[in-house]
Write a protein that binds this ligand. Structure first.
Ligand code: ZN
Length: 137
């Protein structure tokens, strides 16, 4: 399978994923806005409600920021497809294996480079199977 075919296959995948993510982000934003409205309306609430609210704000923030990280990566991959550099490792220039791209269409490093960078902690998190697997672990 050549790189052009792979790019085409991945472009379809990435566009679908981007669409899905946009829908989710919009839904999350709407949910957050209505939660905020409820909070503004409900005066004299108990302390534990406030604690819960800030906890869910924090979770919401984490969720949104990871979605934005993924969105940025999808856009970067799509840009690379447009430029014709998709599927090439940004570090060593080798082709990234098709199996790796199928699992992780937004991969920018080949497996060797990825592992080396992770060992050296030059990249703070690993993006795996459509989600962030670990923050700075
Ligand atoms: Zn490499």
């Amino acid at each position: 399978m050549n790189r052009e075919k792979i790019s085409l296959e991945m472009e379809t995948k990435l566009r679908a994923r981007k669409q899905e993510l946009l829908v989710r982000i919009k839904r999350e934003m709407r949910k957050n806005i209505s939660a905020e409205n409820r909070r503004d309306l409900g005066s004299g609430q108990e302390e534990c409600d406030c604690a819960n609210a800030s906890q869910s704000d924090y979770m919401h923030f984490l969720n949104m920021s990871s979605q934005h990280v993924i969105m940025k990566q999808i856009e970067r991959a799509l840009r690379k497809i447009g430029e014709g550099s998709y599927g090439l490792c940004e570090r060593c220039g080798d082709e990234i294996g098709i199996n790796r791209l199928r699992i992780l269409p937004v991969a920018v490093y080949c497996r060797d480079c990825q592992e080396e960078l992770e060992d050296r902690r030059e990249i703070p998190y690993r993006i795996g199977r459509n989600k962030i697997m670990a923050f700075c672990s």
